[in-house]
Design a protein around this ligand. Sequence first.
Ligand SMILES: Nc1nc(=O)c2c([nH]1)NC[C@@H]1CN(c3ccc(C(=O)N[C@@H](CCC(=O)O)C(=O)O)cc3)C=[N+]21
Length: 307
Amino acid sequence: MTAQIIDGKAQAEALRAAVAGEVARLKADHGFVPGLAVVLVGEDPASKVYVSSKAKQTVEVGMNSIEHKLDVATTEADLLALIGKLNADPAVDGILVQLPLPKHIDSAKVLEAIAPEKDVDGFHVVNVGKLATGQWSLVPCTPYGSMILLRATLGKLAGKEAVVVGRSNIVGKPMAQLLLKANCTVTIAHSRTQDLPAVCRRADILVAAVGIPEFVKGDWVKPGATVIDVGINRVPAPEKGEGKTKLVGDVDYAAAAEVAGAITPVPGGVGPMTIATLLGNTLIAACQRRGLAAPAYFAEIDRDLFR
Ligand SMILES: Nc1nc(=O)c2c([nH]1)NC[C@@H]1CN(c3ccc(C(=O)N[C@@H](CCC(=O)O)C(=O)O)cc3)C=[N+]21
């Protein structure tokens, strides 16, 4: 058996087209253009690629992109001052501070400084708390995108056995919250889990978010399961030539695809959805802040996922 490959690239394109349509409608009917501010501190090459890709796609859907590229030696106080300015700027609807930040900056402090209504990453404790208590909130982009892929692949998720491997604040925990909200039976597994392969084999929905290349093996996957691979790991690829690299996920893709019912590839799976949902969150934040109803397309996604 060979798994259905879940086409995150195509789904992300569809989502971006819907965002572009809503942006045009807001401009025509309400006379404003949503703006997304992205802050990058330092020169991490992967972060630079992601940030320029975000800026490019922001402009492609018709929104304003405000980029702040700061020196690696930027102080925490200077970064907090910039966030204060962006919070107060009416042209800024969403603020994203690219992680990881340099070691001398306290990320938690920085994330808490972002106005919750502009927190398009959904990382602020106010948004985390709202999600955990069933209140409306901005939802972290990667888990949100993963949920949209699951819904498109499986239909209703209620009653399914879901195992999330990884307990980070940016993926594992919010992913578990969203699966729970969609009425799955949810297990969060991690590095201290006893007999991790056996726990994974229970899953109808297996989400790998550990940040270790090809960590989840083929025989950890229940036959027919849906596998969501959140990992983006750059590894050496000597088979492509001296000094070459490639991207792999947190799942041993070739082996898992023999067993799974459906699986996300890396690249072309969850990654593109992360940027599309970021743009969606910016649109939602822009509407919310102006007292406008959530765009129909997103209201429908939420109804679909959580009712
Ligand atoms: N505050 C914050 N919010 C984030 O959402 C955030 C962050 N910090 N720091 C880094 C991670 C990583 N991330 C990705 C987004 C898109 C792709 C993506 O589009 N990947 C493509 C390929 C990319 C490539 O070829 O390098 C794919 O999987 O097909 C990957 C990774 C967002 N992150």
